[in-house]
Design a binder for this molecule. Structure first.
Ligand SMILES: [Zn+2]
Length: 194
């Protein structure tokens, strides 16, 4: 290859530096995914260096800024290969929960997924303190709520009894209770024996 041909070769295309939007997205993913610590540390350094490059304040010891193709690779890796961080105290089993004054029944669906329903009185009121007709409460699907509830929201047996007595309904399945012993227990005979 002659020197002239080398000179005439088009300059290698300089890759585009990762955008702020890409960097923000990577930061969000690093916060919400379980990535190896070393990877997380390396990425934090690279992101800071790339942000400084955007502002024209590159330091002598900065690594080369991240290019946008590499940023896409990082995003794909974090989204597809790193599991979401487990939420501390997340609800993983069925039960009765009280959160912000409302009572939720968490059950396992046929597809084996937990979902939450909230006890609602005929006026659409979910706060126990505001129920006008506690004996007519029904269960309403509460989308996404199962992920907001915490294990610390789980009702004690005593609280379940209180709620079941207040509503005269089995707190576990919402069946109407007629027997006075069941009302006192807050649960129907079947649920009480579980
Ligand atoms: Zn029941």
């Amino acid at each position: 290859m002659t020197a002239a041909r080398v000179r005439n070769r088009p300059a290698a295309r300089t890759p585009r530096v990762a955008s702020d939007k890409q960097l923000d997205f990577i930061v969000d993913l690093l916060n919400s995914r379980q990535a190896p610590d070393a990877y997380r540390e390396g990425m934090t350094i690279l992101i800071s260096a790339t942000r400084r490059a955007h502002q024209g304040h590159v330091r002598d010891d900065d690594p080369r800024p991240m290019d946008s193709t590499y940023a896409s690779t990082v995003i794909t890796y974090l989204r597809e290969d790193c599991k979401p961080k487990a939420t501390e105290d997340a609800v993983t089993t069925e039960g009765v929960f009280e959160h912000d004054g409302s009572v939720y029944l968490v059950t396992l669906s046929r597809a084996d997924r937990l979902y939450a329903r909230v006890y609602t009185d005929p006026n659409g009121e979910t706060k126990v303190a505001n129920w006008h007709e506690p004996q007519s409460v029904t269960l309403t699907y509460a989308p996404g709520m199962v992920r907001k509830l915490r294990e610390s929201d789980r009702c004690s047996d005593a609280r379940q009894r209180e709620l079941g007595t207040l509503t005269a309904r089995c707190i576990d399945c919402n069946a109407q209770l007629t027997n006075s012993a069941s009302i006192a227990r807050g649960k129907g005979p079947i649920c009480a024996s579980k």
